[in-house]
Design a protein around this ligand. Structure first.
Ligand SMILES: C[S@@+](CC[C@H](N)C(=O)[O-])C[C@H]1O[C@@H](n2cnc3c(N)ncnc32)[C@H](O)[C@@H]1O
Length: 491
């Protein structure tokens, strides 16, 4: 009955409209083998198109050793070839940087593409939903955020009901998850009273405004969120219920207080490095200028001719000695650092954390993807216009927490939501829903938990204080117990 009184909100997507999540459409590229006649990004295109060869794959293997290309011809048009794609402002910036400094790491390219202050992908504001590029679980149904709110309520009880606790979210997007969590929390007076404030870690000034509108009801105009027009980000606002929302650039800036932390589809947006095992050892895959006139793109992946700082620092590790020539790995030192900061904070101040993302409990090789308008794209196309993300290695995050906290999982999203009673919650919503909304509720439920949708691809890991009770959904050997909604009864 915990959920019976949680307020209703119309699901923001219409029945029958399929909107791509960033993970669910990536079925079959879980290999670290390097296909010698394809470029890295071509592997994604092949996977996304049922392994039909991509149009520029034949004979386009990146040469093993390249230096920076400095010729203007990289952007020129050639007769009998389609013209190169539009050079975005960010592509110009990246091109000039490569001309001066040589090929750049994939991590640096990804950071520029996503959060470059002037024209990074997230800097333009709202990129979610039907009119954006992809959809995420909180945007699919209110049930997702409400149930995560309940997980944190129980965690607050598990850690002894501290009288002051702050809610923290990394990469809050539109602010929908936090809004649904807060609405769930507001039904439990003691818990709500203990919440001293909400802290959002958000790089994008445009999205900060979207979040303020969602959480505090302060309107934004198109002009304010568009094109990175406003560079100074909001740092605080107060909700009508008196709760203060604060924005921070990095996790390290959080006040030192017991924290309940959620990160949904945040770690997949953090930069990764890519490495390939060769007969000579690990070599870094880097981004260089594409001079092939037959390619529409301005950039391509090449293999560094010798060891780089990054390959020495990250890939040359006994844990990766078993990989064979041709194998690739992706590593995100930024993710390691953030997970370590979270664990240190929790170790010092107490709290709990949930990390929800697509990924695996082991390292992978070729998961970096580009997505634009609900379709996969070439990873290096139109920098700044295309979202980039890579699967999360949950085991790597666990290693980053050392012995500072207890780590749990990962378990599937379906397991978490079933453990929290999503079937029962759906039935409650169906019982009160108008006929036209039922179909949407049911399809949202399936989208969140079905193994072929987001149920298995998305996984969840938890951090709790050392020695505290095992959190809901992470009990050992507990099978996922779907509480099938009684759809027939509710009609
Ligand atoms: C894929 S979106 C997920 C949004 C939201 N959690 C959801 O599930 O709907 C990634 C979010 O992380 C933010 N972000 C990406 N990189 C970041 C960084 N380096 N520092 C802070 N925020 C970042 C983006 O601006 C965006 O809000």
């Amino acid at each position: 009955m915990l959920l019976s009184s949680i307020a209703r909100r119309a699901a923001p997507w219409r029945a029958g409209v399929r909107i791509a999540s960033r993970a669910a459409v990536l079925p079959s590229i879980r290999t670290t083998r390097f296909f010698s006649h394809q470029k890295d990004s071509d592997l994604k295109e092949a996977a996304a198109h049922n392994d039909k060869p991509p149009r520029d794959s034949v004979g386009s293997r990146s040469p093993p050793a390249q230096t920076a290309q400095t010729s203007e011809s990289a952007t020129s048009e050639a007769p009998n070839h389609p013209p190169k794609e539009e050079l975005t402002p960010l592509a110009k910036h990246i091109r000039d940087s490569i001309k001066i400094q040589g090929p750049m790491s994939v991590a640096h390219f990804m950071r520029q593409v996503l959060v470059n202050p002037l024209s990074g992908y997230y800097m333009k504001g709202d990129v979610f939903g039907t009119s954006g590029d992809f959809i995420t679980s909180p945007e699919i149904s209110q049930m997702f955020g409400e149930l995560l709110g309940i997980w944190f309520l129980v965690q607050w009880q598990n850690i002894g009901k501290p009288s002051k606790v702050q809610l923290v979210e990394l990469g809050p997007g539109r602010g929908t998850l936090m809004m649904d969590m807060l609405r769930a929390a507001s039904r439990f007076k003691d818990f709500r009273k203990a919440i001293s404030g909400v802290h959002l870690i958000e790089a994008s000034p445009g999205l900060r405004k979207v979040q303020r509108q969602q959480l505090c009801g302060i309107p934004i105009s198109e002009e304010q969120i568009g094109g990175g027009a406003s560079l100074e980000g909001i740092t605080s606002a107060v909700r009508p219920d008196g709760l203060e929302i604060s924005w921070h650039d990095v996790f390290e800036d959080l006040p030192g207080e017991c924290s309940l932390v959620v990160a949904h589809e945040f770690f997949d947006a953090l930069p990764i490095y890519k490495f390939e095992r060769t007969e000579e050892g690990w070599r870094e895959l880097v981004v260089d200028l594409e001079e092939e006139l037959s390619s529409p793109y301005h950039f391509r992946f090449v293999l560094a001719p010798g060891p780089t700082q990054a390959s020495r620092a990250f890939a040359e590790h006994p844990a990766y000695d078993h990989f064979k020539p041709g194998d690739r790995i992706e590593l995100s030192p930024d993710s390691f650092r953030v997970a370590n900061e979270m664990a240190k904070h929790m170790n010092k101040h107490g709290g709990s954390a949930l990390i929800v993302d697509y990924g695996k409990d082991h390292i992978q090789g070729d998961t970096l993807r580009g997505i634009h308008k609900h379709k996969f794209t070439h990873v290096l196309t139109e920098p700044g216009k295309v979202d980039l993300s890579a699967d999360v290695d949950f085991e790597y995050l666990k290693q980053a927490t050392e012995d500072l906290v207890d780590c749990h999982g990962s378990v599937t999203q379906a397991h978490l939501l079933h453990s929290l009673g999503i079937g029962a919650r759906l039935n409650m919503l169906l019982a009160k829903a108008a006929a036209h909304r039922r179909e949407t509720l049911i399809s949202s439920y399936h989208r969140l938990v079905d193994p072929k949708e987001m149920g298995n691809v998305y996984r969840v890991m938890a951090m709790t204080p050392r020695g505290s009770p095992t959190p809901i959904a992470f009990e050992p050997q507990q099978p996922a117990l779907p509480t099938e909604p009684s759809l027939a009864e509710s009609k």
